[in-house]
Write a protein that binds this ligand. Structure first.
Ligand SMILES: [Zn+2]
Ligand SMILES: [Zn+2]
Length: 388
């Protein structure tokens, strides 16, 4: 029996509030995992979570003899943020909040799970639901992949809620949707001395400020203006008082980019400038560079198919790519994928302690997973879609 939209929306709203109230940090999502497991078991899903995954759930539905499998992904972790929404379903876990809306993602995917279970005998292939841990620290997708969680998938889709999009608006584009993320820390080591006698030491602070300014030329003079890159120094530190020059000064920050060539070029230029500045000022320097997620890259063959399907059920937009990172990129490097932005009509942006998102966005998101899964099953199994 088909599920009534209103009934489903009410159910998903309750589910999201429950999840919102009990957020858990990356790789500690134990209660969330239990909740998802029991929900999916009740719907008749086959739980296939690899033993290696201590949190997160992977579950399948559809004809076991079919070789066509479409993956639907949601992340499940929350952030170390003290919630200030004042909602009656605000977090009861002190200092932890679903401030990125991963509760919204989970509830939507459970909604799709309901719709798929309802049509289970009509599915033309298998659908694998992937509730992935630890997105915020960018290690969960890789852990899922290494545990075998994306094995044999024909395609995988996912989305991030977008507070600045309205309910029922869905943004999809071919190519790079979310940025590659790099993180750096640079430490200059000189020799401290009395502030009044700089000639007796070797000042790391002047070298640091000169370097921070010169790094702005990476984007303005080196990388291709047609390919966006951001270099941000976000934190500097050195010294402890007004009349002493320190031994050490350091800064850290991040680089964002949308293609591999720009990513590599920005890194090379960064090293060249920092090492050059260290040589100019006669200082020792350490550069630590941490590669974060790659670009979330939407597959050029599948994206038009997903767009075509999405248009029939929601208001389609061409979104502005986001400079934020998303570890879904790990999946999109291995399996043809499409990632979307779905409207959650929020009061502010991701990672804010007062973000409130609109539950009316849940049903469109659940339906997007459901219809896209069916469309891609049809694409890969060479049949037409179910009547809807
Ligand atoms: Zn986030
Ligand atoms: Zn997020």
């Amino acid at each position: 029996m088909a599920i009534n939209d209103k009934t489903l929306e009410d159910k998903l709203t309750k589910v999201r509030h429950q999840l919102h109230q009990h957020p858990e940090l990356s790789n500690q999502e134990h209660q969330t995992t239990l909740f998802l497991n029991s929900y999916l078991e009740t719907l008749g899903y086959h739980i296939v979570t690899p033993q290696k995954l201590l949190t997160g759930v992977i579950a399948e539905i559809g004809p076991s003899e079919s070789n066509v499998i479409i993956g639907l992904r949601s992340d499940i972790d929350a952030l170390p943020i003290a919630e200030k929404t004042g909602l009656n379903y605000a977090s009861v876990n002190e200092g932890i909040m679903h401030a990125c809306g991963h509760d919204f993602h989970m509830a939507s995917l459970l909604g799709a799970a309901e719709l798929l279970a309802d049509q289970a005998n009509k599915l033309t292939g298998r659908v694998r639901l992937i509730f992935q841990p630890a997105e915020e620290i960018h290690v969960g997708a890789q852990a899922v992949a290494e545990a075998g969680g994306i094995k044999n998938l024909n395609a995988i889709i996912g989305f991030h809620n977008k507070p600045d999009l309205k309910v029922n608006e869905i943004g999809i584009l071919s190519g790079g949707l979310m940025a590659a993320v790099d993180q750096f820390k640079v430490t200059f080591r000189g020799q401290g001395t009395h502030a009044a006698m700089p000639q007796l030491g070797n000042d790391p602070i002047v070298a640091l400020t000169s370097t921070v300014n010169t790094l702005q030329t990476v984007v303005s003079r080196k990388t291709d203006p047609q390919s966006p890159v951001v270099v941000s120094v976000t934190h500097i530190d050195g010294g402890s008082t007004w009349n002493v020059l320190p031994d050490v000064a350091w800064f850290e920050g991040t680089v964002r980019s949308f293609d591999l060539a720009s990513r590599q070029l920005a890194r090379e230029q960064f090293y060249q400038i920092v090492n050059g500045q260290a040589a100019t000022f006669g200082l020792a320097v350490d550069i630590s560079w941490i590669e974060g997620p790659n670009v979330v890259n939407n597959d050029s063959e599948l994206t038009p198919i997903v767009i075509e399907e999405t248009k029939q059920h929601a208001k389609l937009l061409t979104p502005k790519p986001s400079n934020a990172g998303e570890d879904f990129s790990y999946f999109s490097q291995k399996v043809p994928s499409v990632f979307a932005f779905i409207g959650s009509a929020g009061t502010t942006d991701w990672h804010h302690d007062d973000l409130i998102i609109d539950d009316r966005g849940l049903l469109p998101a659940a339906r997007w997973y459901f219809y896209t899964a069916n469309r891609l099953l049809a694409h890969f199994s060479g049949t037409t879609t179910n009547d809807r």
